[in-house]
Write a protein that binds this ligand. Structure first.
Ligand code: HEM
Length: 394
């Protein structure tokens, strides 16, 4: 890549492949905190590419706010409607109050009890993929995050398929009308569930969130419903993209699969490399409320800052041979779950799912083969594979 000319972060199709890693490497080396003006956008933003600067931005929630949206192309009216009511677009003190409640069901102790049915869901999905190989393995993999979260939330089994379909539609439908409609239907579903639970207290997950046992914290109905939808959304595509990326890499690197299959590498260790490599959360955005210095750049109040997690995860200052997929990588301090107060609520659950998947593959699959071209979704936000022609062999 030409050393003098800054590469275009908004080149059409950049995120339809993996060429953006070279672009990020250029910025890390030559202009680590750069000013970017996307074509056609009313305002530019500061683009942060080095690991240490990314961490500093994520940790500074006092001067860098999430309430103006946490992604480029955020829809302002939609964000204002949920700001300080939904974790991901909230600042303290509301963020602190809500996170205290929502972190409980995703804590180490509570999830320890969920491990058994995470394993059951994964075993069912892998068994189905072995029994009925589809041209696209994602048709099977997508059931893992949806079925697991529906089980954790105690939703009736008969609703799971509908929830899976609506969640996919709400985030991935090419039609904006269908996306909005599906989101509305999910909100309505949770409103009804919360109302019903007030009468019956039949749903332990919801009852746990509404109980006044979290240091006296009580959530409003809006906060409950927005965050239930946020949890559903947060763990769906992201976890699926990590599962898909790992499978893709293992199919392309049979020697890495052999290390896991042969017991040389612990699936929990390989999970971390799968997370570093897949980067389902490609960028995160904040807006400065006070002057802040990031690297060499002086950020003014009101300006937006974007951290590229995909770049931080390949920073040569932190990772040895960052462009090598190494399932046995140790000291793997990837930032795929973010950092600081907004660090992913579901990181432990996602890790459980991915590790259970690798363990199940190890006990039921001998090899996996790539039977066509995988396809990336092209997004610079929730990035990942949306077509994966891989066949698992028993
Ligand atoms: C591989 C899977 C996942 C990845 C890569 C991922 C990534 C992330 C990242 C980068 C953030 C930080 C956003 C920010 O700083 O603004 C985040 C936050 C969040 N994630 Fe995840 N996530 C994953 C799975 C899940 C799961 C399974 C759940 C559901 C339990 C979930 C729910 C959330 C929620 C609710 C937040 C907001 C937390 C807050 O603002 O305090 N995520 N996730």
């Amino acid at each position: 890549m030409n050393q003098l000319t800054a590469p275009d972060l908004f080149a059409p199709g950049l995120f339809e492949g993996t060429g953006f890693y070279e672009t990020f490497a250029w910025y890390r080396a030559h202009d680590p905190v750069s000013w970017q003006q996307p074509p056609g956008a009313p305002e530019g933003f500061w683009s942060v590419t080095r690991y240490r600067d990314v961490v500093a931005v994520h940790r500074d929630s006092t001067r860098l706010s999430s309430t103006k949206g946490m992604r480029l192309d955020s829809d302002d009216p939609a964000v204002s409607a949920v700001a300080n009511k939904m974790l991901i677009v909230s600042d303290p003190p509301d963020h602190t109050r809500m996170k205290r409640v929502f972190i409980q069901p995703f804590s180490h102790e509570v999830l320890g009890r969920a491990e058994e049915y995470v394993e059951q869901v994964v075993a069912d999905v892998v068994a189905a993929a072995l029994r009925r190989p589809e041209p696209d393995l994602i048709t099977h993999l997508e059931r893992i995050p949806t079925d697991v979260i529906c089980a954790i939330m105690g939703l009736p089994r008969s609703d799971w398929e509908w929830i899976g379909k609506k969640t996919t539609e709400a985030f991935e439908s090419p039609s904006e009308v269908r996306r909005i409609t599906a989101n509305g239907e999910i909100f309505k579903y949770f409103i009804d569930l919360v109302n019903e639970n007030r009468k019956t207290a039949a749903n332990d997950f919801i009852s746990g969130l509404t109980a006044r046992n979290h240091s006296g914290t009580e959530l409003t109905d809006e906060e409950l419903v927005f965050n239930l939808s946020g949890i559903l959304a947060g763990g769906n595509e992201t976890t699926r993209y990590t599962l898909a990326s790992l499978t893709h890499q293992l199919a392309e690197h049979p020697e890495q699969w052999a290390r896991i299959a042969g017991g040389k590498v612990d699936p929990a260790v390989a999970t971390e490399e799968g997370l570093r490599w897949s980067v389902p959360g490609m960028h995160v955005m904040r807006t400065a409320t006070e002057p802040v210095r990031v690297g060499e750049a002086e950020i003014a109040p009101g300006q937006r800052i974007v951290t590229w997690i995909g770049s931080a995860n390949r920073d040569e200052e932190v990772f040895d041979d960052p462009d090598v997929f190494d399932v046995g990588r140790t000291g793997n301090r990837h930032l795929s779950f973010g950092a600081g107060r907004h660090a992913c609520l579901g990181s432990r659950l996602a890790r459980l799912e991915v590790t259970a998947y690798l363990r199940t593959l190890r006990s039921t699959v001998t090899s996996m083969t790539l039977e066509g071209e995988p396809r990336y979704n092209g997004s610079n936000f929730t990035w990942g594979l949306n077509a994966l022609p891989v066949v698992l062999h028993p």
